[in-house]
Design a protein around this ligand. Structure first.
Ligand SMILES: [Fe+2]
Ligand SMILES: [Fe+2]
Length: 292
């Protein structure tokens, strides 16, 4: 897994993406605020966990619809590996829903509503070029979220089971970060398409994440506590700097010469996580075999 610039200064497209299964358990004793002392980030990533399966099922449907228009065999193979990785993300995150249910969170109605009124409506009414652009932008968001969480070790003190789940997902988001963008370039490379997808995706993503995080914190009766707001200010502002960094990453995506491979140190970060998780006994993640 080295999505790298080759000696000629061009992107090496032959690098393989390895589909993996998340093999570790997610037992019922994982605390509801599994990042100790930080119910804000715990709830933010619980919201992410709730939104992942429908979101990623939409990516998979979109890529499958694009495949007949792709002539490049290498890109076709990368799309197939991308689909296998995303399918496993949905499966693993959905396993954690049992814990959320046992903890008494009400979220399933909201999740179904989002799937029906956002993703299924997009499937039915949005043209393929627009859906491909939405997926390309949200994959950039997934990749830079993963990059920031891994490079800043934000989950270092998290419950190890949840740390494994999130860091495996973040590492694979980094690993396959260029696939949806390259697919968009193959099916609809015009800049206004990228711009329209970016505006729509970033608005929807942050509205949904904010709404669901707020709802989870309200259900915990933590929404109006000063400590929660201090945690939010630390995460978004003075500490992890996520508001400023998010804006930088989103503006980066709008540069005409943007390509997702240009994320310094990202591949080494992801490889470090995946190697550590795969080499542990028993392994947290297991490779599922590559294409022939
Ligand atoms: Fe994913
Ligand atoms: Fe992804």
């Amino acid at each position: 897994m080295k999505n790298a610039w080759n000696a000629q200064g061009r992107i090496d497209m032959d690098e393989r993406i390895t589909p993996r299964r998340f093999a570790a358990g997610l037992p019922g004793d994982i605390p509801r605020h599994w990042l100790p002392g930080n119910e804000f980030v715990s709830s933010l990533l619980n919201a992410y966990t709730i939104l992942v399966p429908a979101n990623e099922a939409f990516y998979i449907r979109t890529l499958n619809a694009c495949l007949p228009h792709v002539r490049d065999e290498t890109l076709l193979g990368r799309c197939q590996d991308f689909i296998r990785q995303e399918a496993q993300h949905g499966v693993a995150h959905k396993r954690y829903w049992d814990n959320l249910d046992a903890q008494g969170y009400a979220y399933r109605g909201f999740e179904r509503m989002v799937d029906r009124w956002v993703f299924r409506v997009m499937d039915r009414f949005a043209p393929l070029w627009f859906r491909a652009s939405l997926v390309s932008c949200v994959e950039h968001i997934n990749a830079f979220l993963g990059y920031e969480f891994l490079s800043q070790s934000i989950l270092a003190s998290a419950d190890p089971r949840m740390r494994d789940l999130m860091e495996w997902h973040f590492a694979e988001e980094i690993e396959h970060r260029a696939v949806a963008f390259d697919l968009l370039q193959a099916v609809s490379p015009r800049y206004p398409v990228r711009l329209l997808g970016a505006i729509t995706t970033s608005t929807l993503f942050y509205l949904l994440m904010t709404g669901l995080t707020t709802a989870l914190l309200a259900q915990d009766r933590r929404l109006w506590r000063k400590a929660t707001w201090r945690q939010a200010a630390w995460h978004l502002g003075t500490g992890h700097g996520m508001a400023r960094r998010t804006l930088q990453h989103l503006l980066d995506y709008l540069r005409p010469g943007f390509h997702p491979f240009r994320l310094p140190g990202a591949d080494a970060l992801a490889a470090g996580v995946l190697t550590r998780q795969a080499s542990r006994q028993p392994p947290a993640v297991v490779a599922m075999g590559t294409r022939t």
